[in-house]
Ligand binder design. Structure first.
Ligand code: FAD
Length: 418
């Protein structure tokens, strides 16, 4: 621990991150826990990413209705506060002062929050231009879609001109809508994927209604311009042919990375592929009393799925606070191609069911009617046929019954496709 801390506090549960996952966990835990449930949020208001997204499409699975992002963020915040949780905004957790003690910096100064349970709910962010190794001058016209949402929806910025959006996932289409709201025309979307990544219907509606050409098998090789963006250079992956698209704004969308600095700083076991902390099916990290939920674990799924993680963690937190002993009986789940990662990545034998009874996976290949196969010690222990395709660019959900034949003593389980 370094520096001086003006205050110390003890809470029963500290939740880092006031997005959908953290707020939902807070709303449920506040009514159950004997003691304070504290949400620590670095932004000036709670709500997480939805607070920045004016479009509708939030809350379908958790609240049973489709709401705008800001309305959804407000609803989740109100629920948490009404249930008795304290939401501390403009406050950032900057490090650890012990197993479950947090260093927090806020306008009131620096403090230590000691908690009996810590829940990491810090979400995920998009890789910016430098992290994608795309050369070109950095200028105000180069944004991630998260930054774009903040500028347009929170700061009310308006700008005309033309934009190129890198990516064709759902969030990329969301960026196109935001650009339109800001008065800017999207002249192209560019994706390295061979086919568009967004759900078919969304992609089709987007192309028809917004009339944006989607360039597949295309990569952006350079951002042009010095003080201001003047265009991007794109390359057709198959032919190597390059051309310039004139624009004043470039939006780098998707290509997610978990906000996992605190998890790494704690020395938690990490997943090398997803860069997220490893949790078991009860959302426990490798440190007792430290749990993780939301897009920090599965970059990036929808907000309702993140919120339902927040609901699912509650019984496991209560069991820990109630002193129930943790079984060490668990098995590693290993992603096999085309899957890049699986979350949760450990099957806990005394709590086998992950949130919503689904394992989440990221696929690097597109497969229709896939059959998911689980193998342990060279033996197939389960298989499930899915009506849903697995597609690069969106989370694929696997019913946990694929693990029903797991042998507690059988060693790691590999999950792949037939
Ligand atoms: C442009 C865009 C459009 C989207 N559209 C939809 C949609 O239409 N429907 C849908 O369901 N989903 C949508 N999503 C996805 C949805 O926003 C996420 O799934 C959801 O917000 C994840 O919730 P979370 O709680 O895991 O993380 P987040 O919402 O990212 O919240 C994490 C919070 O943690 C805080 N935090 C991080 N580190 C610290 C720290 N050290 N100290 C304090 N606070 C910290 C952050 O400030 C943030 O508020 C969209 C996402 C984007 C980017």
């Amino acid at each position: 621990m370094t520096g001086t801390f003006s205050q110390q506090a003890h809470v029963r549960v500290a939740i880092i991150g006031g997005g959908p996952s953290g707020l939902r966990a807070a709303a449920e835990l506040a009514g159950l826990v004997d003691g304070e449930v504290l949400v620590i949020e670095r932004e000036s208001a709670a709500g997480g990413i939805p607070r920045h997204c004016a479009h509708t499409g939030f809350g379908i699975r958790d609240l049973g209705r489709s709401m705008s992002g800001p309305a959804y963020a407000r609803r989740l915040t109100e629920r948490a506060v009404r249930a008795g949780a304290r939401v501390m905004t403009s406050s950032m957790v900057t490090g650890w002062a012990g197993e479950r003690a947090l260093e927090v910096t806020s306008p009131a100064g620096r403090m230590i929050v000691q908690a009996d349970v810590v829940i990491l709910a810090t979400g995920a962010r998009e890789r910016p231009q430098p992290a994608r190794l795309i050369p070109g001058a950095r200028s105000a016209g180069v944004l991630t879609s998260g930054e774009l949402q903040g500028l347009v929806h929170l700061d009310g910025r308006r700008f005309g001109g033309r934009a190129v959006v890198v990516g064709s996932e759902l969030v990329s289409w969301s960026a196109v809508l935001t650009l339109r709201e800001a008065g800017c025309r999207t002249v192209a979307m560019a994706t390295q994927a061979e086919q568009r990544e967004a759900y078919g219907l969304v992609g089709a509606l987007g192309r028809l209604a917004l009339r944006v050409p989607v360039l597949t098998s295309t990569r952006v090789t350079r951002v042009l311009g010095q003080q201001a963006v003047t265009g991007v250079e794109v390359e057709a992956i198959d032919s190597g042919e390059r051309r310039i698209i004139d624009c004043e704004i470039v939006v780098f969308s998707a290509d997610w990375i978990p906000d996992s600095e605190l998890a790494r700083a704690a020395g938690l076991r990490m997943d090398a592929m997803s860069k997220a902390p490893v949790v078991d099916t009860a959302l426990r990290t490798s440190r007792p009393g430290v749990f993780a939920i939301g897009n920090l674990l599965h970059p990036v799924d929808t907000a309702d799925i993140a919120a339902l993680d927040g609901a699912a963690v509650v019984s496991h937190v209560m069991a820990f606070l109630g002193g129930s002993s943790m079984s060490s009986d668990s098995i590693d789940l290993i992603a096999q191609e085309p899957f890049r990662w699986i979350a949760p990545a450990r099957l806990r034998m005394d709590a086998r069911t992950p949130p919503r009874g689904r394992l989440l996976a990221w696929s690097d290949e597109r497969r229709y009617l896939p059959t998911i196969v689980a193998t342990q010690a060279g033996r197939v222990i389960g298989s499930v046929r899915s009506p849903w395709p697995c597609v690069p660019g969106r989370v694929f959900r696997i019913p946990v019954r694929v693990l029903s034949g797991a042998d507690p003593a059988g060693g790691p389980i590999t999950i792949g496709l037939r």
